[in-house]
Design a protein around this ligand. Structure first.
Ligand SMILES: [Zn+2]
Ligand SMILES: [Zn+2]
Length: 336
């Protein structure tokens, strides 16, 4: 991932000042939090909540005062909007609330990730278990990957949120919300005049990881591609500010590149399915031998693309006789 550690100032066409705070959420993993000088003062995202992440956030505020002469500190924040339910964006909300008393809001489809953190992790891991077995990963691999998937389980204490939202104007604010599911169920992009906070939905260099909707509803490539088109159609955006990496000057061009990237990967995936194959086999062909957590990410990314093709009839499961009688069989797909 491309990390930019510079604090940057933006001013919206309506005159609202925004600062990009590059918080080191995990070692060498920068999450951009945005301080928006609205009334009340708003912070978009809270990074991971790890000790070093919280220290990095405080350091960003100190640098902001030094470099820009802005008299603002974390306790001045009164509203925290979380762009989506991933730990590198919401994990720091306890810290932000302790420091500032800010009210926390998140999209209604990600609210329970904060409120029922452990339950969501356990239940989605169960779906992941079924997915990996069907993908043909093998018992030993499945056990290893399931263990890996729980890496975040001790990083967060569940807590309630103060408000939720879906789409449209956020009441008492100048922010307009666009639901952009796919990378995460409750992912939102937030418009402020001619600025779009594009969160992890659109990033300047990479496309965010995809996973099959079979595991968690409202993820999946179908939702993601539709939401890319939706965001591309928002008029009058001068700059998009992502949850990682750099500012995006041409949102439409970046969206087109993201769509083209997935179209190419879909085509490549389909061509790897001329003979009956499993998700695990296609994943190895697409990504080669991966290590550690990247093995899981490769299976999920492949699974999302194969699910997209299957749902649209470009792939079919060809070992139906076996599927008919075995409880959770390995599925073999073939191009149609
Ligand atoms: Zn994310
Ligand atoms: Zn992220």
């Amino acid at each position: 991932m491309h990390n930019d550690r510079t604090i940057r100032k933006f001013t919206s066409s309506g005159g609202t000042v925004v600062y990009k705070l590059p918080v080191e959420a995990f070692p060498n993993h920068i999450t951009n939090c945005y301080l928006v000088l609205t009334d009340p003062i708003t912070l978009i995202d809270a990074a991971s909540g790890q000790e070093a992440s919280n220290a990095s956030m405080l350091d960003c505020f100190a640098r902001l005062r030094e470099e820009f002469g802005e008299r603002v500190a974390l306790p001045d924040v009164k509203r925290l909007i979380v762009t989506h339910g991933h730990i590198d964006h919401f994990g720091g909300l306890h810290f932000v609330v302790e420091q500032s008393g800010a009210e926390i809001g998140i999209h209604e489809l990600d609210m329970s990730v904060v409120r029922h953190f452990n339950e969501r992790l356990v239940v989605s891991t169960k779906n992941l278990h079924i997915f990996l077995e069907r993908a043909g990963v093998g018992q030993e691999g499945v056990a290893k990957l399931l263990e890996m998937n729980k890496w975040s389980k001790d990083l967060f204490r569940a807590r309630p949120v103060d408000f939720t939202f879906d789409e449209g104007l956020l009441s008492g604010s100048p922010f307009e919300l666009y639901h952009a599911p796919g990378h995460c169920p409750g992912q939102v992009c937030i418009r402020l005049d001619d600025i779009l906070f594009s969160a992890d939905h659109v990033l300047s260099h990479i496309t965010p990881n995809q996973s099959p909707e079979f595991i968690v509803r409202y993820t999946g490539l179908g939702h993601y591609m539709s939401a890319l088109k939706k965001v591309r159609a928002i008029p009058g955006i001068r700059v998009a500010l992502g949850g990682h990496e750099d500012a995006i000057d041409d949102l439409a061009a970046r969206v087109d590149a993201s769509i083209a990237f997935h179209d190419a990967r879909l085509e490549k995936t389909l061509n790897l399915c001329r003979e009956p194959v499993t998700v695990a086999e296609v994943s190895r062909d697409l990504f080669g031998e991966r290590k550690g957590y990247h093995v899981l990410l490769a299976f999920l990314e492949t699974g999302a693309h194969m699910e997209y093709l299957y749902e649209r009839g470009h792939l079919a499961v060809v070992n139906v006789d076996e599927v008919d009688v075995v409880y959770n069989p390995v599925l073999k797909y073939q191009k149609q």
